[in-house]
Design a protein around this ligand. Structure first.
Ligand code: C2O
Length: 548
């Protein structure tokens, strides 16, 4: 293993999409941001210098950060922001992970323009558990606003309403030909016949799960969230914000007389048709230079995508993911549990503050919560307060282990869901074996929540619809080869059960990876205490850790 150094300069950069030019916050003037490429076991030293007026932090989404919690990045959870003119060096080792992850800003909505791939190759001389692909291609989905996304979320929070939806979804930063004034901003994948390509897909969009497909081609899923899976074939992929999926794409054995649209559009929102909620790119075959046919004139085939509310597809697709669970890549699933939690996740409303008019349902204000608690970010980082024993006035350790006000989560919701504000955490002893059931509350209609846990991968041992039944459902848990990942879609009107070992000391954020839900409070934090052995303790912070 080696140490790899990166310089990330946060600076403004002009970008034009959909005929709108705006100045975005970028890394090194690139959009999407530069990829990080490393091997399993390597150390990364990423020097981040902030040259813009916004406060910034970066997060290495899905990296375990074993004993390096100071490098995790969520603002006011593991660090104070990097202010204008300041530098912070993120220093961490990639342990036991290989596949695709991504980095993104973790403050307000800056990740709308600050994101890029993390590509983790296997150790030298170690091969993939599938045939070596001819080429590897990152496919990173994003969302584009013609205006400043910071203003969009600011306005939503001030008025209590929903934020303006984005103007486009993007593939590798490009909306593609189905949007107005966008055909030149189309991602093109040029392939050779008879080859296998590894597509490293990342959903970096802020607020939507996406279906993705390529006309007349199918995929073999081999890896998700940097964990190998039992390979399975599919024509369509669903990917939630925060998830990554590696698929093999086999090209036709001959050069076809057509071009193929690749397209992504949201699950549960938008129109569900090929329109301006669909981002697209084009797959075309390279032709020999003496070919009499030009790609320009070929017909363009379109893929089929599920209906916008096709929860049956989503559930079946989610259930196809299973860990490899081989001797080389075992699934270390906790077989017994000593800490059990049941969390409701969902949206809600709260009364409009006096002297304000609110644009949420019936003049209320949108909010979101976990177990009826809407999480408020502190003004100094939780990790600092915890490490130096100064929690007083920063956070409390009384996060409820079950809902404070239970109700029938899939029936008619009560008028008042009793949401309160707080900065509450759960404290776990080192190496606790944890079971967490997440129940969607569907209070404001159908919604799903891509829940992301920092610092860990968890095993998805169960998933179902309706209300979770603690007396019946555990009998069907998969404790043999469940999927291991860092982000899971809690089904709309259903639940998921996960298990993990709390083997990583520090403070770990957990939140919905829809930024709007996070902003409304669908977030909380876990504190994992040090173990007794030296290699079970969180080291002190680096000297350049930003101050508040
Ligand atoms: Cu990708 Cu806390 O986020």
């Amino acid at each position: 293993s080696i140490t790899r150094h990166y310089n990330f300069n946060i600076k403004l950069h002009n970008v034009t999409r959909l005929c709108h030019t705006k100045s975005i916050v970028s890394v090194n003037g690139q959009f999407p941001g530069p990829p990080i490429v490393a091997r399993e076991g390597d150390r990364l030293v990423i020097k981040v210098t902030n040259h813009v007026q916004n406060n910034v932090t970066l997060h290495w989404h899905g990296i375990r950060q074993l004993q390096s919690g100071w490098a995790d990045g969520p603002v006011y959870v593991t660090q104070c922001p990097i202010q204008t003119g300041q530098t912070y060096v993120y220093n961490f080792t990639i342990t036991g992970q290989r596949g695709t992850l991504f980095w993104h800003a973790h403050i307000s909505w800056l990740r709308s323009t600050l994101y890029g791939p993390i590509i983790i190759l296997p150790k030298r001389n170690v091969s993939y558990p599938f045939a070596k692909p001819y080429k590897e291609v990152p496919i990173i989905f994003g969302e584009w606003w013609n205006v400043d996304p910071e203003a969009v979320i600011m306005q939503a929070l001030q008025t209590g309403g929903g934020p303006n939806i984005s103007d486009a979804y993007t593939i590798n930063g490009l909306p593609g030909p189905l949007y107005n004034c966008s055909s030149k901003d189309t991602f093109k994948l040029k392939v050779k016949p008879g080859k296998t390509y590894l597509l490293r897909m990342i959903n970096a969009a802020l607020n939507d799960e996406l279906f993705f497909s390529i006309a007349n081609h199918s995929f073999t899923v081999v890896d998700a969230d940097a964990v190998y899976v039992k390979p399975f074939d599919t024509d369509i992929v669903l990917i939630t914000p925060g998830q990554t999926t590696n698929v093999l794409l086999k090209t036709k054995p001959y050069i076809p007389s057509a071009k193929f649209l690749m397209a992504a559009r949201p699950y549960l929102t938008g129109q569900g048709t090929f329109d301006n909620s669909t981002t697209a790119g084009i797959l075309e075959y390279k032709r020999p230079s003496n070919s009499s046919i030009s790609n320009k004139k070929l017909p363009l085939f379109k893929p089929t995508l599920p209906m916008l509310n096709d929860t049956v597809f989503v559930t079946n697709f989610t259930k196809k993911f299973l860990s490899l669970a081989t001797a080389q890549f075992p699934a270390n699933v906790p077989q017994t549990v000593n800490k059990q939690f049941f969390f409701t996740v969902g949206l809600g409303t709260s009364p409009c503050p006096k002297n304000q008019t609110c644009q949420g349902p019936n003049g209320t204000k949108f909010m979101a919560s976990v177990n009826n608690v809407s999480f408020v970010l502190p003004t100094i980082s939780l990790l600092q307060s915890h490490f130096f024993g100064q929690s007083n006035g920063v956070y409390t350790t009384d996060f409820p282990v079950k809902p404070l006000f239970p109700f029938n989560y899939t029936g008619t919701p009560p008028n008042n869901t009793m949401v309160s504000n707080g900065t509450k955490v759960v404290v776990l002893p080192f190496n606790a074996s944890v079971e967490l059931v997440l129940q969607d509350t569907s209070i404001l209609g159908v919604e799903s929540h891509p829940l992301h846990l920092h610092g860990f991968n968890f095993f998805i041992v169960g998933l179902g619809f309706g209300n979770y039944d603690p007396n019946k459902d555990p009998a069907n848990f998969n404790l043999v080869d469940p999927m291991e990942r860092n982000t899971v879609g809690v089904p709309s009107g259903g639940w998921v059960a996960m298990r993990f070992f709390a083997d990583n000391p520090g403070v770990w954020f957990m939140h919905c990876h829809f930024d709007v839900h996070t902003s409304w409070g669908l977030r909380m934090a876990w504190i994992v205490l040090d173990g007794d052995l030296p290699n079970q303790k969180l080291p002190p912070p680096p000297s350049d850790l930003p101050k508040c």
